[in-house]
Design a binder for this molecule. Structure first.
Ligand SMILES: Cc1cc2nc3c(=O)[nH]c(=O)nc-3n(C[C@H](O)[C@H](O)[C@H](O)COP(=O)(O)OP(=O)(O)OC[C@H]3O[C@@H](n4cnc5c(N)ncnc54)[C@H](O)[C@@H]3O)c2cc1C
Length: 434
């Protein structure tokens, strides 16, 4: 059998190579390290954690905890190495990063079905099966080649400027209402009004809140054309009221008047379970985002499923390019995996590599696809990134908002999430994962 070419031995690429190789499929895994390093990678080992050593929550009441458990049940290499090298971190799964990467490298290099090839890949080859897992800092020549190859179907963003996302059910609709400006079209926005007093307090905190660190490789050009909300706020007390918080054409049904300021939320997925805060791309630290944005009365109990980020990131417009198997719709011999597909985070990147490889193996073996259902975290993530109804695609962490509701009431959020996880694992256990 012709080997599958996997580009990049990060979290997604290592996991994909492992899944294929364990099913008897030969793999050529190309990695440019250590000859060429991205600005965030420093070690020659595979599966390097470029920043935090935490893989986030390991609890079933948290969607990323569920995703981990699903990966374990899929015999994930990354999860096995993480569990083996975990360090105490409360309810989170943190790892000894060096031992973790060394273990991944050893397993990959000693696998009889994997050939590791050192060196940079400059383009997608014209023949054969390929999984591109070159990450958010994909080397420039390959990134350019991908952009040229799929000009109509997708494009690469070179930085990620995302506003925070909140769940619909956490928005206080007693303090907000649905409408579009001047009642034009359908009432698609949730409007969150603020009095002058509330706005002044919010504006003061926004202008003085702590910003996240800027990495050395993220020059100021990154932020061109997409001004963070806190930078706009610093231009003057009224600037936001003429920008993203302008109240014109939005009469509060409770008072019949335009409020002093209005924050708008726009639907982020077809189901309407997740909303983004319009115009709130931000570079504030995550706890600061929660503190300051919760001062908007309708968001006082908001559940943030993703905080705003502004960093360099190379990712595809996947809803227009990929299918639920992370396969290029117009060229199905090519798949993408990892952060480059617009999944966000270590565990999510691993999960996409795992699913892409498992489904590719099924295809090569002439079997029906597994079709991870939306009730599972792995399925929900893949269905989100390939959902054509998502117009303004931004990278996405796994969260329960992507998974269908239970259809019955369970008291308490933790209990409800635990129930969603239980249902997901039952669904997963019913699948043929060979
Ligand atoms: C600065 C930064 C900090 C981050 N911090 C976190 C965090 O704390 N927590 C979190 O959950 N997520 C974080 N992320 C997001 C993301 O989860 C990680 O980037 C994750 O490593 C992505 O996994 P991946 O397998 O897609 O890519 P990577 O792990 O980056 O792997 C890609 C691999 O491909 C190689 N490569 C690139 N181009 C080529 C080429 N042309 N030829 C051959 N090899 C190539 C690279 O050397 C690398 O080894 C961060 C991202 C960045 C950029």
């Amino acid at each position: 059998m012709e080997p599958v070419l996997v580009i990049g031995a990060g979290l997604a690429g290592s996991e994909a190579a492992w899944q294929l190789a364990n099913r008897g499929i030969p793999v050529r895994l190309h990695e440019m390290k250590p000859n060429k390093m991205t600005p965030a990678h420093h070690s020659a080992d595979f599966g390097e954690l470029v920043c935090s050593n935490s893989l986030r929550s390991d609890q079933m009441e948290n969607a990323v905890g569920l995703l981990k458990e699903e990966l374990r049940r899929c015999n994930s290499l990354i999860m096995a190495c993480a569990d083996e090298h975990r360090v105490e971190a409360g309810g989170a799964l943190a790892v000894d990063r060096h031992a973790f990467s060394a273990a991944i490298t050893e397993k990959i290099k000693s696998h009889p079905n994997i050939t590791v090839v050192e060196g940079e890949v400059l383009d997608i080859p014209e023949e054969g099966r390929v999984i591109v897992a070159s990450g958010p800092l994909t080397a420039e020549p390959l990134a350019e080649a991908i952009g040229r190859r799929y000009p109509q179907n997708g494009y690469l963003h070179f930085f990620d400027a995302a506003a925070p996302l909140v769940t619909f059910e956490s928005v206080d609709m007693d303090s907000a209402w649905f409408a579009s400006r001047y009642d034009r079209g359908t009432p698609d926005y949730i409007n969150c009004p603020m009095t002058e007093e509330e706005y002044d307090a919010f504006w003061k905190e926004l202008t003085t809140a702590q910003e996240a660190e800027v990495h050395g490789f993220e020059d100021s050009g990154v932020f061109e054309g997409c001004m963070p909300v806190e930078v706009m706020a610093r231009r003057g007390r009224d600037t936001l009221c003429y920008g993203p918080l302008k109240p014109v054409g939005l009469k509060d049904p409770k008072t019949g008047k335009e409020p002093f300021a209005v924050v708008q939320l726009r639907k982020d997925n077809a189901q309407g379970s997740i909303y983004n805060i319009v115009g709130f791309q931000t570079h504030l630290k995550w706890p600061e985002q929660r503190r300051v944005f919760s001062m908007i009365p309708a968001l006082k109990n908001a559940e943030f499923v993703r905080y705003g980020v502004m960093h360099r990131n190379t990712f595809l417009d996947s809803p227009r390019l990929l299918d639920r198997y992370y396969r290029v719709r117009t060229e199905p011999r090519v798949r993408f995996a990892g952060q480059i597909t617009g999944v966000e985070g270590y565990v999510e990147s691993t999960a996409s590599g795992c699913l892409a490889a498992m489904e590719l193996a099924r295809e090569l073996e002439g079997k029906e696809p597994i079709n991870f259902p939306r009730e599972t975290a792995m399925g929900a993530l893949a269905l989100y990134i390939s959902d054509e109804s998502v117009v303004h695609f931004q990278p996405m962490n796994i969260n329960f908002g992507l998974i269908p509701a239970l259809g019955y009431r369970v008291k308490g959020k933790r209990n409800k999430n635990a129930e969603l996880s239980k249902r997901a694992l039952e669904a997963l256990d019913g699948l043929d994962l060979t």
